[in-house]
Design a protein around this ligand. Structure first.
Ligand SMILES: [Zn+2]
Length: 390
């Protein structure tokens, strides 16, 4: 490797590496630290080829040799290979209808800092200006940011263009990554927020090492991210995972006029709206969960119905995809704890007996997870390029 290429490997992104070296580096990023023999086996390489590929990566500092506590049968110490997570920093930002949530993470999407700032307006110019401002603030402490990832509730095509963002009232097409790149001078990718969260779980979270994974989120909306054959499913029109208006049981109306759909039954707005109406006084989402826990009949009924609907939805998705793991999460996921019994009962009822019971994990959800997901997409772009990995 020439000295120019070595410098690229240290300072630049990983897309400048040749294909085999990039594969080695990404495997170590996702699954390391890995003993060389294991790495060679995973990639179908001979020990000699692996040594030839990794030597320049180690020389340039992109990979490092870990402690020699692993011994091969030969008795020779085998130094596991790893990345230096602290060698890169990434900004991740989640845009909601009224605020930006920003984090900085390392190369493995570990959170280093988080901020929340109100959004001064919802138009593209206001949002882009606010993102540029918060990135400038993040840079005060992290001047060496290697990339920016942005997560947004809506339809995002090719990690570049937002074609719909209902929480911001955007119906027009906004080339958000290009405009943010111009405003921040950082390599920038944009992704649907649920998919970004799915990337973080697949590469660095509960789905690490799994080849199939479904992430179902409940909160302001109901979303679904899908990984099959170790790849995020983007869909032909960047519109995969649209389960938000799936018909479930119940009679609640959603804004689209469906009766008993996921949005009408499961969103935090639908649940608080139903209990507010029943009690004749305004209650928050947390109030509803607390009232249900305490046995208040109306809150209990609404939450149990929602838990049952969630179980049906998850059962449907599990029957369709047959993933290794279904992760239930999102900022409204407190629902799954309070209504675990009806959720589990509905899951079992909706299971097709031809398949095994789905492995379903409920994961607590600090709101920063949305922004961390966006940062994980920036990591992915840094090591594989800005497109959805093929
Ligand atoms: Zn609906």
């Amino acid at each position: 490797m020439s000295s120019v290429a070595e410098e690229t490997a240290v300072a630049g992104d990983w897309t400048a590496l040749d294909g085999s070296q990039q594969r080695v580096a990404v495997e170590v990023l996702r699954h390391g630290p890995l003993p060389r023999a294991e790495l060679a086996r995973r990639l179908g390489l001979s020990p000699g080829s692996l040594t030839r590929l990794t030597r320049p990566l180690v020389d340039s500092g992109l990979l490092v040799e870990g402690s020699s506590d692993v011994h091969l049968r030969t008795g020779r110490p085998s130094l596991p290979l790893d990345v230096q997570p602290s060698s890169r920093r990434f900004a991740g930002i989640k845009i909601t209808g009224d605020a930006l949530f920003a984090v900085v993470t390392d190369l493995r999407a570990v959170l280093l800092t988080e901020h929340r700032v109100p959004l001064p307006g919802r138009g593209p110019d206001a949002v882009i200006g606010a993102v540029a401002d918060i990135v400038a603030r993040l840079r005060n402490h992290h001047p060496d940011l290697a990339g920016l990832g942005v997560g947004i509730g809506g339809r995002v095509v090719g990690r570049r263009v937002v074609t719909r963002a209902p929480f911001l009232g955007w119906d027009e097409t906004v080339p958000l990554s290009e405009r943010l790149r111009a405003a921040t001078a950082l390599p920038t990718v944009v992704e649907n927020d649920v998919r970004a969260l799915t990337v973080a779980e697949h590469w660095f979270g509960a789905g690490r090492g799994l080849r199939s994974l479904v992430v179902v989120t409940v909160g302001a909306g109901v979303g679904c991210g899908i990984v099959v054959h170790d790849r995020l499913v983007e869909g032909a029109h960047s519109a995969s995972g649209l389960v938000g208006h799936r018909q479930l049981s119940g009679s609640a109306l959603c804004a689209e006029g469906h009766r008993g759909c996921a949005a009408g039954m499961l969103t935090s707005g639908a649940i608080t709206g139903a209990v507010t109406q029943a009690l004749g006084r305004p209650v928050s989402y947390d109030d509803v969960l607390e009232l249900a826990r305490a046995g208040q009949p109306a809150a209990r009924r609404v939450v149990d119905d929602a838990g049952r609907a969630l179980g049906m939805l998850v059962g449907d998705i599990a029957n369709l995809v047959d993933p290794e793991l279904v992760l239930l999460t999102g900022d409204g996921i407190g629902l799954a704890d309070v209504a675990r019994a009806p959720l589990d009962a509905a899951l079992e009822e909706s299971r097709d007996l031809a398949g095994p019971p789905a492995r379903v994990d409920v994961r607590p959800f600090p709101f920063s997870e949305w922004a961390r997901g966006a940062a994980a997409v920036a990591v992915q772009a840094h090591v594989l390029g800005p497109a959805v990995p093929a």
